[in-house]
Design a protein around this ligand. Structure first.
Ligand SMILES: Cc1cc2nc3c(=O)[nH]c(=O)nc-3n(C[C@H](O)[C@H](O)[C@H](O)COP(=O)(O)O)c2cc1C
Length: 167
């Protein structure tokens, strides 16, 4: 698929087949995440890949939607703000670097015919404790990863002339 086809095909997938994700596919997806650019190339990011059933069960307290746990793999993308580049006005780019990693991961998964769904509405302290994240490591987003059961229709997007202003 071309990058444009991948972008068109990507959806937030909220139901998964129970089958596993092949290791080669998972490795290619994580390699795509590793290739993400970051401000000043600081790479203040890390990914936790959860396959362990017991940890997945514990995570139900962190994000309670049942569909989330139909996927065989859960990935948590984290940032490390103290390692991130700061702009002159003090703005810390850690979250943005993590979002780019997540987007690489999501698009690579689409190329592999796998589904993902950005989730931000999780309970942060509980997630940190279950994943045993060291101090200074902040979870930014989690996603299930697996084969989609249902692929929804594309969602509404505002027209290009509302998104873009040419000057
Ligand atoms: C930063 C971010 C946070 C999101 N958090 C959630 C979430 O907590 N729960 C959820 O079901 N979807 C979440 N989503 C998915 C959005 O609802 C979804 O991307 C949007 O409705 C557009 O649908 P599409 O991804 O299928 O194009 C999130 C997406 C982004 C980019």
């Amino acid at each position: 698929m071309s990058i444009y086809e991948v972008i068109q095909k990507r959806r937030s997938i909220r139901s998964y087949k129970p089958g596993p994700v092949e290791e080669e596919k998972l490795n290619r997806i994580l390699e795509a995440a590793r290739r993400a650019p970051s401000a000043a190339n600081r790479q203040p990011v890390c990914c936790i890949v959860v396959k362990d059933e017991k940890i997945k069960q514990q995570l139900k307290k962190v994000y309670s939607e049942e569909w989330f746990y139909t996927a065989p793999v859960i990935i948590c993308v984290c940032c490390i703000p103290e390692k991130a580049w700061r702009r002159g006005d003090g703005k810390n780019y850690a979250d943005i670097d993590a979002a780019i990693v997540m987007d690489h991961l999501v698009l690579a998964a689409t190329e592999e015919s796998l589904g993902t769904c950005w989730i931000a509405a999780f309970k942060v302290p509980l997630l940190k404790s279950i994943l045993n994240l060291p101090s200074g490591v902040e979870p930014v987003a989690i996603t299930p990863l697996g084969y989609p059961l249902n692929i929804p229709e594309p969602g509404y997007r505002k027209p290009l002339n509302e998104l873009v202003k040419f000057i």
